[in-house]
Write a protein that binds this ligand. Structure first.
Ligand code: SAH
Length: 364
């Protein structure tokens, strides 16, 4: 199988150029076309020698994800794309536009998947119900982002022009299907390409890794050169409650998880965010809110509350507005920095935890 060029590091692309009889600076030209020029084929790279373009076509693959379904939410702010991979497995990615508010700038965010399915099996998450099929490669992760880079240049599938904001995307969040830290090498490769000047050039602060809380990998991420933002899916303030929602808590209980997050802050200077999806009668009591405030007392961090999204099966229902408000007030009164995030794209099943591949007509 020919290598996928997006799976190669910068130096490997330079080596490839040399192997094909060209100077190594050709790597910069090719990558500039891919990341800044939004080129979709080697043939478009018009300032490269024709013979080199032909050799590139013969020796490697460029884009390998095929968009097979796209849905746009009613408000036009969220777009979900189902991609078919080369082995016919499918993954989903989402693109979200956020208008500026008093406290935040306008954002255009891509939410990427890192695995087909997920090995963690959180009972309230649609992906967790599918089981685990395989890891994505670094290139397959980056390709999801590049698809939206290309879209924002104004062309959609079938070449149709798109109305929403055409300005460059500002953020990438690893919050799609899968557990990013369970696919560490691909995650690391993808972050490198997103951050690099010879890649997409996104700032490390514009990249967020969301994890279920794998302690050794959080410690490893804290020591990487690229200091990305960390989000941890907490969903429970005591081991008893968190064990129900996030089964991996039995392996990495709160007494290990919270110190690892504190270490992350110490090593990187980045304040972790704790995600807390509220489910009616399960983790939304005032007692849990108080325990959460105690757990995080004195820790400079942020809590992102989300009203749980309904997913098929199981008895996890969204928390009702009155309980959400009471939970939030308890945190705020205790001095815990928090926001209530509106889950986006729920009408197209693109909300948190709702991404899932559906059966395609050809049975894939
Ligand atoms: N595996 C990673 C990233 C994937 S999901 C993680 O667990 O963090 C991104 C976020 O969506 C996680 O916080 C996850 O717990 C949350 N989520 C999953 N299902 C949800 C649901 N039904 N309602 C609300 N949030 C959900």
């Amino acid at each position: 199988m020919k290598p996928r060029i997006l799976d190669l590091s910068y130096s490997e692309v330079a080596e490839l150029a040399i192997t094909l009889g060209e100077p190594s600076y050709r790597a910069d030209q090719v990558l500039r076309w891919i990341y800044s020029g939004a080129a979709r084929s080697f043939d478009e790279m018009s300032d490269l020698p024709r013979a080199f373009r032909r050799k590139l076509n013969e020796s490697c693959r460029l884009f390998t994800l095929e968009p097979v379904d796209e849905k746009v939410s009613k408000d036009g702010q969220t777009r979900k794309v189902l991609f078919r991979l080369e082995d016919n497995k499918t993954i989903e990615s989402a693109y979200m536009l956020y208008e500026a508010t008093e406290s935040s700038r306008e954002r255009r965010t891509v939410c990427v998947s890192t695995q087909v399915g997920c090995p963690i099996r959180c009972p309230f998450c649609a992906t967790g119900q599918q089981g685990f099929e395989r890891n994505l490669t670094a290139g397959e992760i980056v390709e999801q982002v590049l698809y939206f880079v290309w879209l924002t240049r104004g062309v959609g599938q079938d070449g149709a022009a798109l109305p929403p904001a055409r300005r460059p995307l500002t953020n990438v969040v690893f919050m799609g299907m899968g557990e990013p830290l369970a696919n560490y090498e691909s995650l690391k490769g993808a972050i490198a390409r997103l951050n690099s000047k010879t890649g997409l050039g996104l700032g490390a602060r514009q990249i967020t890794v969301s994890t279920v809380g794998l302690v050794p990998q959080i410690q490893r991420l804290a020591r990487e050169d690229i200091r990305v933002e960390l989000a941890v899916s907490l969903h429970g303030a005591t081991d008893r409650v968190r064990n129900i929602l996030v089964p991996v808590n039995r392996r990495y209980p709160l007494a290990r998880l919270i110190p690892a997050c504190q270490e992350y802050l110490k090593m990187t200077g980045r304040r972790p965010t704790f995600e807390y999806a509220l489910f009616n009668g399960i983790n939304d009591s005032l007692d849990q809110a108080q325990k959460l405030a105690e757990l995080l007392a004195g820790f400079p961090c942020h809590v992102n509350l989300i009203v749980g999204n309904p997913t098929p099966g199981k008895g996890f229902r969204p928390s009702v507005p009155r309980r959400v408000a009471a939970f939030r007030k308890e945190l705020t009164d205790a001095g815990v920095s928090n926001t209530l995030r509106q889950s986006r794209g729920a009408d197209i099943e693109a909300g948190c935890g709702q991404l899932r591949s559906r059966r395609l007509p050809n049975g894939a």
